[in-house]
Design a protein around this ligand. Structure first.
Ligand code: FES
Ligand code: FES
Length: 157
């Protein structure tokens, strides 16, 4: 039995010691916005934010999240609208199939929350651990650049 906070709500879940955080989020808590691609830390699709840091949820065990504060992609949108980052992805056509998008959004959200002045080179560096096979990355970088203004004003969410 472990306890942590996810998207602002305290949760208590019973998990096998070998269950990854990704599987716990998806299969136990039904937060299926977090996607699982490679399952060994390469693709970034499973990225969530744990205690403020972007983390690959396939690489940590659920039991390691005891006491942590976790944010998944489901936490980004206010109500039924889109967050500024999500709206920017739509505006710039920064996704096609969308499988990689939750991980990219969470990586970018963690970056812009800490570094709202990040330039294109910094954004490329940080997103280099998130693989997308559809978009060619240019629209993704443009979307993140365009979303910086909202984070500078403290309204990234
Ligand atoms: S599924 Fe976690 S990095 Fe690919
Ligand atoms: S939008 Fe398809 S893999 Fe990224």
């Amino acid at each position: 039995m472990i306890r942590f906070e996810v998207n602002g709500k305290p949760v208590e879940v019973e998990v096998e010691p070998r269950m990854t955080l990704a599987d716990c989020l998806r299969h136990v808590l039904r937060l299926t916005g977090t996607h699982v691609g490679c399952e060994h830390g390469v693709c970034g699709a499973c990225t969530v934010i744990v205690d403020g840091a972007a983390v690959r949820s396939c690489l940590i065990l659920a039991v390691q999240a005891e006491g942590a504060t976790i944010a998944t992609v489901e936490s980004l949108a206010p109500g039924d609208g889109l967050s500024p980052l999500q709206a920017s992805f739509r505006k710039h056509h920064a996704l096609q199939c969308g499988f990689c998008t939750p991980g990219i959004l969470m990586t970018a959200h963690a970056l812009l929350s800490e570094e709202p002045e990040a330039d294109a080179a910094r954004i490329r560096e940080v997103l280099s651990g998130n693989l997308c096979r559809c978009t060619g990355y240019i629209p993704i970088i443009e979307a993140v650049l365009d979303a910086r203004e909202a984070y500078r004003k403290g309204g990234g969410r």
